[in-house]
Write a protein of this length. Structure first.
Length: 163
């Protein structure tokens, strides 16, 4: 047994292992869980030590108003990698209700990636704020050669006559 100098407690040492250790996660391979995204429960599965969510379930619930191509292209643009689950993991997802029995594969993404993907579709996108008196000149090079100024502030509805 190592001796500790008098007056020093090993737990108070700045180099003690107790202070340097990180809390261990209790994630077990193929552990099923549930997380909530935008108020919708989504099945999660632990793959390679990370909690991952079923992309198909996210697509069929939260992103149901978007096409497969829109979701795929946005995922690629955001640099989100999709991990294909094994047949055993797919069966676990089927039994958890995340995937239909007829499904043959399932892509899984991390919760953080799922949040980024959903936010890119569902997050509030405020239009850019222009300076108060912003305008630019417009001229047509057609036979009539009309000229004028476009003032975006006057275009406040789709039926505005200022255009």
């Amino acid at each position: 047994m190592d001796s500790i100098p008098a007056g020093r407690d090993s737990s108070s040492s700045p180099n003690s292992k107790q202070e340097l250790s990180y809390p261990s996660t209790n994630l077990k391979p193929n552990q099923v869980g549930e997380t909530v995204l935008y108020g919708i429960p989504i099945v999660s599965l632990v793959i390679d030590g990370q909690e991952r969510l079923c992309l198909a379930q996210i697509s069929n619930t939260l992103l149901k108003n978007y096409s497969y191509n829109e979701i795929h292209n946005r995922r690629v643009a955001l640099g989100i990698t999709c991990v294909q689950c094994t047949p055993v993991q797919l069966e676990i997802l089927r039994r958890a209700g995340a995937m239909p029995i007829s499904s043959r594969r399932c892509g899984m993404i991390t919760k953080r990636e799922a949040e980024r993907l959903c936010k890119s579709f569902l997050g509030a996108h405020a239009p850019p704020k222009l300076p108060e008196n912003f305008a630019f000149d417009v001229s047509h090079e057609c036979a009539w050669g009309s000229r004028g100024s476009f003032i975006p502030a006057r275009y406040n509805s789709s039926r505005a006559k200022c255009i």
